[in-house]
Design a protein around this ligand. Sequence first.
Ligand SMILES: Cc1cc2nc3c(=O)[nH]c(=O)nc-3n(C[C@H](O)[C@H](O)[C@H](O)COP(=O)(O)O)c2cc1C
Length: 266
Amino acid sequence: MSDNTATSGIEPLSGPDATATGHSPTTGLPGPTSAALGATGTDRYSVLHSLLSDRYTCRAFRPDPVPRESIERVLHLAQRTPSWCNTQPWQLSITDDPAATDRFRKALLDHMNGTAPDSDLPFPAAYNGVYRDRRRECGGALYEAVGVVRGDHEGSMRQMLRNFELFDAPHVAILTTEADLGVYGAVDCGLYLTSFLLAAQSLGIATAPQAALATYSPFLHEYFGIPEHRQIIAGVSFGYPDSDHAVNGFHTSRADLGDVVTWHTN
Ligand SMILES: Cc1cc2nc3c(=O)[nH]c(=O)nc-3n(C[C@H](O)[C@H](O)[C@H](O)COP(=O)(O)O)c2cc1C
C-alpha cells in the first residue's frame, strides 16, 4: 500500500513535538466566549455562533443512517451558497444508504492496495512557518486523543487509514467542481462545503470533510461515473457522531484576529 501520510491532511507523528509551538493542543472551544461576542440569546448571531463553534470534524460515526429527507434538507440549504456569476459549480455524488457506502468503502480500500495516489487538484506544495505549526498542533491533538505517541509509525498509519474507512460513516458525499471554472470554481465549492457542514450541523448531523479521498481521484471518477471535466475537490463523510469515541473529544484552536487581519484606518 502506498504511503498516504502526506495526503491525509494531518501531520504524521514523525517530526518534532507537536506542542512545540507553545499552543495547547486541546484548548477546547477557541476564541472569545459567546457572551464576549454578544451572542447571548437566540438572535441570529447567536445561532450562527453556536453552529460554527459546535461543528467539528467528526472522525468516528455511529452506523445508523441519516434519513434521505434530512440529507435533502442539508442540500437545499447548501444550495443558497454564493458563487461567482452564480455559476454554482458544485456537484455531489452521495451514497444514500449504508450498504452503498460499505460497497464504496471496500472498493476504495481494495483499490488503494498498490495504487499510487493521484489527485485532480494539486495538493499543498509545502507547509511552512505558521502553517506548519498549526498543522502539527492539530495533528498532535488528534493523535493524542487516540493515544498514538510520537514515533508510533504503525499507530499513526492506522489512524490515517481511518480516512479511507470513512471513519465508519454511513454516508459519503464526493464534491466536484467544473474544470473550466478554474481556481474560482474551486473557491465557490469551498464556500459550498462550509454551507453543507453548517447545514448538517444544524440538524445534528456530523461531518468529516476529507481531501484525503481526493488522493484517489481517478478511482472516484470511475466508481461514481464522474466525467473528466469535473474535478474532485474532497469527500465529506457524514452521519451521527459516536460522541463517546476519544477521537471526537478534542477541538482545534483558531488564530487570533491579529494574526489574520490588517486594519487600515488612514
Ligand atoms: C478542505 C478540507 C479538507 C480536509 N481533509 C481532511 C482529511 O483528509 N482528513 C481529516 O482527518 N481531516 C480533514 N479535514 C479536517 C481538518 O483537519 C479540520 O477542519 C481542521 O483541523 C479544523 O478542525 P475542525 O474541523 O474540527 O474545526 C479537512 C478539512 C477541510 C476544510
